[in-house]
Design a protein around this ligand. Structure first.
Ligand SMILES: [Zn+2]
Length: 171
């Protein structure tokens, strides 16, 4: 997935925040946490391009392993529960929902190792054929890219709706 992660993260985080009154600063921090988490696994592209010299599919790095994030989720959930603060649990939920959403969205046309460490077989919903010279066109011109555009449109509509609601409150 190319451009869909950030808008998907925005949509999911806004939904998680619905009906939970928060101070503006806290809501802003939660939204920032959600959108950063929505693209966090792709931070491995820095390693992929600058250090690994594109030798390994970046979906095979630990940053894209569901097992790694599950191993992070369990103890951090315990810590959040021990803190007995609803804000900590909400932050945990927003962070992990966005990370796992990233992995699910990557599975649409990218190979993700959902079964690792039990199996090295990757999972992908749709294989994108190599029809164009520049690999990016293969994905952008594939029908699944409409799904990414839909996510962008949905996030934009949600953003504009929240802005108009805030403007109405100020009046
Ligand atoms: Zn990714």
């Amino acid at each position: 997935m190319f451009i869909g992660h950030l808008p998907a993260g925005y949509i999911v985080t806004r939904q998680a925040m619905r009906g939970r009154p928060q101070a503006d600063a806290a809501a802003g921090r939660l939204l920032a946490l959600g959108v950063v988490a929505s693209v966090l696994p792709d931070f491995d592209l820095v390693y992929f391009y600058l250090i690994d010299n594109r030798q390994t599919l970046h979906h095979h790095y630990w940053t894209h392993l569901p097992a790694f994030w599950a191993a992070v989720a369990v103890p951090t959930l315990a810590i959040a529960a021990l803190l007995r603060r609803p804000a900590a649990l909400l932050a945990w939920l927003v962070f992990h929902a966005n990370v796992f959403l990233h992995l699910v969205l990557d599975t649409v046309v990218g190979h993700v190792l959902w079964l690792y460490p039990f199996s090295a077989d990757s999972v992908v919903l749709f294989d994108v054929p190599a029809r164009h010279g520049w690999w990016v066109w293969n994905f952008v011109l594939h029908w699944t890219f409409l799904f990414e555009l839909l996510l962008c449109g949905g996030a934009l509509a949600l953003f504009l709706k929240s802005r108009s609601r805030e403007a109405a409150v100020e009046i």
